[in-house]
Design a protein around this ligand. Structure first.
Ligand code: CP3
Length: 348
């Protein structure tokens, strides 16, 4: 536990240990807000970019060259492991993940075979080279959560209300649990590949789980997320659990077993700290749209998040969801520096 990476502010905050300053990274810090990202992606589909180790490595490192962020996040997408086991799913520009054959019946379970490390050699290769390049800076691996992955498979594409997904959840619990069980196995295997290759933390993005009420979440989703976190319990890497609109689910997200709970902007971090059980750090939660406002507004809001974050046992500064494509990257640089300056702890 004494390597420079292990002693980084990001991993210390995840472990709820004292930090010299509040660590910060941004969901989607690599992406369309950066001109160099758009250049690297020129003429290349998202799936092609996600399956080439050199491209994954380059895009992951891009934000680190601009911002003094405390962690890198692997460039990939939540549908990569599904595609790797042969599911016919693609990412359409401006739309998101789309599948031609939505999940409908028990027969479709056969299309979700287990993931083997040999299915994702580009991930192992990219993580290995990134860990070498990043030195003391931690690399975060990730995967999609069971509800969110199920939604893309069942709806066939992005959905506002996730009606078909909920119809299966309410209407055929047997098939629902069989599907989420398969997805949990694939996800746990995908995260284990990343941990074996050297990532220092993992985040489970169950982005759309917030559309389910607490009792249904506990019965229909939590057992599967719990199994994913349990599969990584012995790995020693902090596990982060994030969803959008999960203010009413924060306690349940915590019960699934992660070490850090990601919070969106709808609930203050001080209130979020009261909602989760003891023994969890929090991550968040500036509204990404605040970054489109003038600097004095951004500055005031960043300071507010830091004040509220002091109530948590550990705080990793982040946005409440991903960086919006129209964000000025200079604002991300200024926010990073402001978080560090404002939160400096002077040794007693
Ligand atoms: O956070 C990071 O910096 C890592 C990169 C990352 C991407 N996708 C890259 C990406 C992560 C963590 C994801 C996860 C992801 N993908 C989620 C969960 C997180 C969230 O945002 O809620 C979800 C729901 C997806 C599915 C997905 N993939 C959507 C909805 C889209 C947007 C489609 C569009 O064009 O508007 C994608 C594509 C995608 N994934 C892009 C990036 C940078 C944009 C594609 C492009 O640049 O062409």
């Amino acid at each position: 536990m004494t390597s420079p990476t292990q002693e980084s502010p990001f991993l210390r905050a995840c472990r709820r240990e004292p930090v010299p300053y509040t660590p910060v990274w941004f969901m989607r810090q690599a992406g369309r807000s950066l001109p160099e990202y758009r250049a690297a992606r020129d003429g290349m589909t998202m799936m092609a970019a996600c399956t080439r180790a050199d491209v994954i490595t380059e895009i992951t490192l891009q934000p680190l060259r601009r911002f003094a962020v405390d962690a890198a996040i692997l460039f990939s997408d939540i549908v990569v492991p599904l595609r790797a086991v042969g599911v016919d799913i693609d990412i359409q520009p401006g739309v998101g993940p789309v599948t031609a054959q939505p999940f409908r019946s028990e027969a479709d379970l056969a299309r979700l075979r287990d993931l083997d490390p040999g299915d994702v050699p580009y991930v192992t290769e990219a993580v290995t080279s990134l860990v070498r390049e990043l030195g003391a800076t931690p690399l975060i691996g990730f995967a999609g959560g069971p509800f969110t992955l199920a939604s893309y498979l069942i709806e066939g594409g992005p959905s506002k209300n996730h009606d078909l997904t909920k119809a299966l959840m309410y209407g055929d619990p047997g098939l629902w649990h069989a599907l989420l069980g398969r997805l949990a196995d694939i996800t746990a295997a995908f995260l284990r590949v990343q941990v074996s290759a050297g990532v220092s933390a993992v985040q489970l993005f169950d982005s759309w789980a917030g559309v389910v009420g607490p009792d249904d979440y506990r019965a229909a989703v939590l057992p599967h997320s719990k199994r994913i976190f349990e599969a990584l319990a012995g790995s020693g890497v902090p596990r982060i659990h994030f969803g959008v609109g999960t203010g009413e689910l924060l306690r349940q997200l915590g019960e699934a077993g992660a070490d850090v709970i990601g919070v969106d902007w709808r609930v203050g971090l001080d209130e979020a700290a009261r909602r989760v059980d003891a023994g969890k750090a929090l991550q968040g939660n500036l509204d990404p749209a605040v970054l489109l406002a003038p600097w004095p507004v951004i500055e005031q809001r960043v300071k507010q998040v830091l004040v509220q974050g002091r109530v948590a046992e550990g705080h990793v500064f982040n946005l409440g969801h991903g960086v919006l494509p129209q964000t000025d990257p200079d604002m991300l640089a200024r926010v990073t520096d402001l978080v560090h300056q404002e939160s400096v702890r002077h040794p007693a």
